[in-house]
Write a new protein. Structure first.
Length: 115
């Protein structure tokens, strides 16, 4: 008599057989989170792959603009044109030195060049 009562009580709590599966039909409630986390993981892998490939090609397109980008001063372009004209022989040494002094530039020296 006690055994029958215990079996009936245990079956009510889902302890034996298929009773545990009949109590919760359908997928578990956290199943959508698995799909969302998988999509986020794949998105993260895609972003990492994009950044690695773009760095290999010289950086992402937005890296050459903005506050941290290194901009060339207008004087640098003028110095380059002046040096090219002197190298081609378009101007004499005196003209070259005179125009370089207007740019506050001593030819042969540069900010980033050290010996």
């Amino acid at each position: 008599m006690n055994t029958t009562a215990l079996m009936a009580a245990a079956a009510g709590f889902g302890g034996f057989g298929d009773a545990a599966f009949r109590a919760h039909p359908g997928p578990p409630p956290f199943a959508p989170l698995i799909g969302v986390s998988m999509l986020l993981f794949l998105l993260l892998l895609g972003v990492i792959a994009f950044l690695l490939v773009s760095r290999a090609k010289g950086g992402p397109p937005w890296a050459h603009h903005g506050p941290r980008a290194r901009h060339q001063a207008p004087e640098d372009a003028a110095k380059q044109v002046l040096a090219e004209r002197f190298a081609r022989g378009d101007i004499t040494v005196e003209e070259f030195l005179e125009r370089a002094s207007v740019l506050n530039w001593t030819p042969g020296t540069g900010e980033g060049k050290r010996r």
